[in-house]
Design a protein around this ligand. Structure first.
Ligand SMILES: NC(=O)c1ccc[n+]([C@@H]2O[C@H](COP(=O)([O-])OP(=O)(O)OC[C@H]3O[C@@H](n4cnc5c(N)ncnc54)[C@H](O)[C@@H]3O)[C@@H](O)[C@H]2O)c1
Length: 336
């Protein structure tokens, strides 16, 4: 079979999820060119350091200002921090990356091209129903501390689906639930990476609230498999956004206790609840299963955490990590 050579742009490709997406894209026989646009705000060139493939070009730039002499067959828009401490620190920049980034990238898509976007379970806010189906409209506070992220994802979804309505854009919107795994930042600030880094440095794992709040914990390989199938591999025509994640809810305290069990002598310390922390988050995956039969996030949290733990252990032992910032500074920052 002859392939049409495809040019693909990934924004945020130096980040945690983006770099795994790049690895999968480079396995494609029909890929002629892959351009990553990333300003390295929360990503790192080191996430792609292993790639030796002439089809990949990395442009260190803000996605909202990126220009190109030619247009792309497929655009995958991932540029945006995903971790609350990072996006809360710079709300205007978060909104620009998502909304202005999408507006700019739409102009770089070939007619008939496909635009894929990583939205989030945060569009459901602090949900009143569980699990959350895509049809649930959400309970988001548009003036709350998470709103720059929630609302810019919601606005970008509106932009994409309304563009489809008026001009037939081929759109794929994945609503990702909490994802963890190798290549997260050491100072990412979310539960799994925090617990692991704390266990390996100070030994004090900080749990906000009483730890009874539950989350879905999606191991990155499972989530990337879902995204690969949804964004380019499967022949599907989704009617709207699709949840991707793990639908087994596990309380935060259970995750903390598991990480603690990997490092003898480590302990749990309790802190104030995080602002507007939702009490539960769990995807209804009926739609994903209908569209992508056989796909599931099957990695147990024990397996996923062990693999992530080993990766962080190697990172913390590497000399480059000790330079900027060192594990002690990181754990001081995480202790809050
Ligand atoms: N990780 C999760 O649990 C999760 C959950 C839901 C949604 N998502 C979404 O998936 C996408 C990727 O998340 P991630 O976990 O890999 O986050 P990440 O922070 O590791 O990656 C985001 C990447 O975008 C880049 N970036 C940010 N603003 C930019 C800009 N203006 N121009 C160019 N590059 C920019 C960063 O430098 C980084 O490399 C994000 O859109 C996020 O909202 C992630």
């Amino acid at each position: 079979m002859r392939f049409m050579a495809r040019s693909v742009l990934v924004s945020g490709g130096c980040g945690f999820i983006g770099s795994h997406i790049v690895d999968r894209l480079l396995l494609r026989g029909d890929l002629a060119e892959l351009v990553v646009v990333d300003n390295l705000w929360t990503g790192s060139r080191s996430n792609l350091a292993h790639v030796k493939d002439a089809r990949l070009r990395v442009e260190v730039q803000d996605v909202e200002n990126f220009t190109s002499a030619h247009r792309f067959d497929e655009i995958i828009h991932l540029a945006s921090p995903a971790s609350p401490p990072w996006y809360m620190r710079d709300p205007a920049r978060t909104i620009r990356a998502n909304v202005v980034g999408a507006l700019n990238l739409l102009g770089l898509l070939k007619p008939g091209g496909r635009f894929s976007f990583a939205s989030t379970s945060e569009v459901y806010g602090d949900p009143a129903v569980s699990p959350q189906p895509e049809s649930y409209r959400g309970a988001v506070d548009c003036t709350g501390p998470r709103s720059s992220y929630d609302e810019s994802k919601r606005c970008t979804e509106a932009l994409l689906f309304e563009t489809r309505r008026v001009s037939g854009l081929d759109v794929r919107v994945a609503r990702l639930f909490n994802t963890y795994g190798p290549r997260m930042r050491i100072d990412d600030g979310r539960a799994v990476s925090n617990f692991i880094v704390q266990a390996l440095t100070t030994g004090a794992l900080t749990v906000h609230g009483d730890g009874s709040q539950s989350r879905s914990w999606g191991y990155v390989d499972d989530v990337i498999e879902g995204l690969e199938r949804f964004f380019w591999r499967d022949r599907i025509s989704p009617a709207g956004p699709v949840n991707i994640g793990n639908d087994i809810e596990v309380p935060v305290i259970e995750i903390a206790n598991y990480v603690r069990s990997l490092v003898p002598g480590s302990r749990i310390e309790y802190r104030e609840p995080a602002p507007h922390d939702p009490s539960n988050r769990c995807p209804d995956l009926t739609m994903a299963r209908q569209l992508m039969p056989g796909w599931r996030a099957g990695t147990t949290y024990q397996d996923g955490i062990r693999r992530t733990f080993e990766w962080f252990r190697e990172q913390l032992a590497a000399p480059s990590v000790a330079v900027e910032p060192g594990p002690r500074e990181i754990s001081r920052a995480l202790a809050g």
